[in-house]
Design a protein around this ligand. Structure first.
Ligand code: BES
Ligand code: ZN
Length: 592
């Protein structure tokens, strides 16, 4: 027995499924999916087969031509769930499992109509990364076992289903339901399985890109992301032909717990990106970049998550630089630096979670999640780029994608490849310090620009009375204001808050990065005029990136702590399970 992924019961001595055929019936009343999955192995085998499940009710397990076979569910582990061991008879090519999802399936959020924009129909979406696919489908839930898939999804008539796959047809079944068919011919890691069902409409953005959203938001979504084809072209010029045919996007309801999720052929996005001024499209650049870094070349397990996210942050800023220039990229790196410092502070007592090559046996990957694999990882990639020069590094990146396309790899495999192609470079940048040592090496690249230096200097002068001029205030773009706010002292006075509020009109901002940065400062200052807006945002938005700092900042005084607890009590039923967990941990850390 050899279990290469600490977060999966997958046994490398057993065969890998090559393809899944799924039939999913979405039952909004019961808040369950009735499922049938056929795991195709592409060759005959027999013996034990271990799959991952969590909360699933297994009904039947069969081998075609043979009938029911023996199976057994192991003990429930709080992180991994339950091993499903099948006893596969000789000469089997595939197994068929029928099952039902559990009431607490972490991959799924079932929304009431009131939680959607239109407020007339329910909504379902999945989020399988990191290890939640096993709450939706019994499978080898590890990125090492890549799978193609096809699916038939039955939903109530009037609702539309989309998946991380190409649509291959749909029809009414005449019984009040409608079936949608999909095919993902390329092998993907299980965490990229994705499904959403709701009242959806789409708008074409280019010959290969469209955006899906509820009818109420689809026009503003189409406007916000109108530039996506230009982004795809820029990304292709850097990283080679787009490998997934179409690049479609889905704008979800506001409880979606992430900014974006790189589900292939159907990026999932938070509606908080709809700022009204296209100022948050860097998240699209990030998810698009995952089409190469992450989806094409994938981390072999969550211990190597930096291979996904570090490369993608670097790629995202590379795209941003080609689109908007050096100053914009420098601001991106500055925002990243802030996120990195916050995460390093959060994990002060857990330095083992600040290395890139992680050891996660017994650790829930959602608990290990932070900006560190993103930003420390991106800094290692950038250090390598600076070491060997941009042109050579870009050639290396293209070679790397060619060599490992549609495979899942470890940090060691990356290092061996880098050493072969760029001899000495890893050592020259002291890669070991990034990979295996906590914190950020002193030698990490710093990204500066005159514009960034100006913002830093101005923010640093706040306590001494330095304030931006009316001209500056009028001229700043969203990213500049965001960086300026991030660089202000964390503890402001009530007068400081009133000044900022008045001069920047912060309360009504559509850009949630700015809005939440401001509300976080206001919360920490116990600035009462901001309380209604804080309540509104926390009741509506489930994006964890915003919940953590905002609830965190409310921990500073008895009055704001009481506010936070009252808001959470009201908001919690509408939060995604992941978001609820994060807020609970923040509230538990409050002093009494
Ligand atoms: N793949 C991640 C989201 C994710 C990470 C989901 C870990 C589950 C577990 C996605 O690509 C991402 O990084 N999203 C960021 C966007 C940002 C870095 C531009 C987010 O959600 O904020
Ligand atoms: Zn990412």
């Amino acid at each position: 027995m050899h279990r290469p992924d600490p977060h999966s019961y997958y046994d490398a001595a057993q065969p890998k499924a090559r393809r899944l055929r799924l039939k999913l019936a979405v039952d909004f009343k019961a808040k369950r999916i009735e499922g049938e999955v056929v795991l195709e192995f592409g060759k005959a085998f027999s013996g034990p087969l271990d799959l991952d499940t969590k909360g699933l009710e297994i009904r039947t397990v069969q081998v075609p031509g043979h009938g029911p076979i023996a199976w057994e569910l192991g003990e429930a582990d709080a992180i991994l769930g339950q091993r499903l061991r099948l006893d596969v008879p000789p000469d089997s090519q595939e197994v068929v499992i029928t099952y039902r999802t559990g009431a607490e399936a972490m991959a799924l959020q079932w929304l009431e109509p009131e939680q959607t924009e239109g407020k007339v129909a329910p909504y379902l979406f999945s989020q399988c990364q990191q290890i939640h696919a096993r709450t939706m489908v019994p499978c080898q839930d590890t990125p090492i076992a890549r799978i193609a898939y096809q699916a038939e999804v039955t939903v109530p008539e009037g609702l539309t289903a989309v998946m991380s796959a190409g649509p291959t047809g749909d029809e009414p079944l005449g019984d009040g339901t409608h079936v949608y068919r999909f095919s993902m011919p390329q092998p993907i890691p299980s965490y990229l399985l994705a499904l959403a069902v709701g009242r959806l409409e789409s708008r074409e953005l280019s010959a290969r890109a469209r955006v899906w959203a509820e009818p109420e938001t689809v026009a503003s979504a189409a406007w916000e992301f109108a530039g996506v084809e230009d982004m795809i072209l820029k990304a292709e010029a850097l990283f080679g032909a787009y490998p997934w045919d179409r690049y479609d996007m889905l704008v979800l309801p506001p409880s979606f717990p992430y900014g974006g999720m790189e589900n292939p052929r159907m990026t999932f996005l938070t509606p908080t990106l709809l700022a009204g001024d296209r100022s948050l499209v860097d998240v699209v650049a990030h998810e698009l970049a995952h089409s190469w870094t992450g989806n094409l070349v994938t981390n072999a397990s969550m211990e190597h998550f930096w291979l996904n996210e570090g490369f993608t942050v670097w790629a995202e800023r590379r795209i941003l630089r080609t689109l908007h220039g050096d100053d914009a990229a420098a601001l991106g790196w500055a925002m990243g630096q802030k996120a990195l410092e916050d995460s390093l502070a959060r994990f002060k007592k857990e330095p083992h979670l600040t290395v890139l090559r992680m050891h996660l046996e017994g650790i829930d990957p959602d608990d290990a999640f932070s900006s560190i694999p993103y930003e420390k990882g991106a800094r290692l990639v950038a250090a390598l780029e600076q070491e060997v020069g941009e042109d050579r590094f870009l050639r290396f990146i293209r070679d790397y994608m060619d060599a490992f396309r549609f495979t899942s790899i470890t940090t060691e495999q990356f290092c061996a490849f880098a050493e072969a192609k760029l001899p000495g470079a890893l050592e020259a940048v002291n890669a070991r310090a990034y990979l295996d040592q906590p914190g950020l090496p002193d030698t990490a690249p710093a990204f500066r620009s005159a514009q960034l230096d100006g913002l830093t200097k101005l923010a640093d002068s706040w306590v001494a009375g330095g304030r931006p001029s009316a001209q500056q205030i009028a001229g700043w773009k969203a990213a500049e204001l965001q960086v300026y706010l991030q660089k202000l002292p964390r503890q402001l006075t009530l007068a400081d808050c009133a000044w900022l509020d008045e001069h920047f009109q912060l309360m009504g901002r559509g850009n949630h990065e700015i809005l939440v940065e401001w509300l976080t400062l206001a919360a920490a200052a116990d600035y009462e005029p901001a309380f209604p807006r804080i309540r509104e945002v926390l009741l509506r938005v489930g994006r964890m990136k915003y919940l953590r700092p905002l609830y965190g900042a409310l921990g500073g005084s008895p009055r704001t702590r009481a506010l936070a607890r009252a808001i959470f009590a009201a908001a919690s039923p509408g939060y995604h399970g992941l978001s609820r967990r994060v807020v609970q941990s923040v509230l538990e850390a409050y002093s009494a």
